[in-house]
Write a protein that binds this ligand. Structure first.
Ligand SMILES: [Zn+2]
Length: 142
């Protein structure tokens, strides 16, 4: 559960709140978790207090499979900020469970030039802050 270099890079980390703790700490259990409307089954990301589909306030949290598809990506060759060692892949991935359940993330554990649109990927997690925050990243699906 580390990145290609084997080192944990510097990252700007989220502030954990009651509303997003399921997402940022799910990696501790190896689970990618989202809010999900108990009324209509719609996954909500980012977290919200009301379902945008049917206005239900009956919102729970569920783990998804962690499988996703690369929608779009760019390869960064410039060290814009401290942290990730270039070149690295910044991507938007779509979870297989729902078309608009998307994450901006990095594709890791592969050659950046091997990444393609439509590529099947799976989640891995990068721990930070003594395991308080687990950043979801994606690698080629096995
Ligand atoms: Zn709903």
């Amino acid at each position: 559960m580390t990145t290609t270099s084997g080192e944990i890079p510097f990252r700007i980390l989220p502030r954990i709140t009651d509303r997003n703790v399921h997402f940022w700490q799910g990696g501790r259990d190896g689970e990618l978790r989202f809010q999900r409307c108990r009324s209509c089954g719609y996954y909500l990301h980012p977290p919200a207090v009301i379902c945008p589909k049917d206005w239900s306030k009956d919102i729970g949290v569920e783990a998804v499979s962690g499988r996703a598809e690369v929608l779009t990506f760019s390869i960064n060759y410039q060290p814009w900020m401290p942290g990730l060692e270039p070149p690295f892949v910044l991507a938007i991935v779509r979870c297989v469970e729902q078309d608009d359940l998307r994450l901006t993330t990095n594709i890791v554990n592969c050659d950046p030039d091997a990444v393609t649109v439509g590529m099947a990927v799976q989640v891995i997690f990068e721990p930070h802050l003594d395991d308080e925050v687990w950043i979801p990243l994606f690698e080629p699906a096995r």
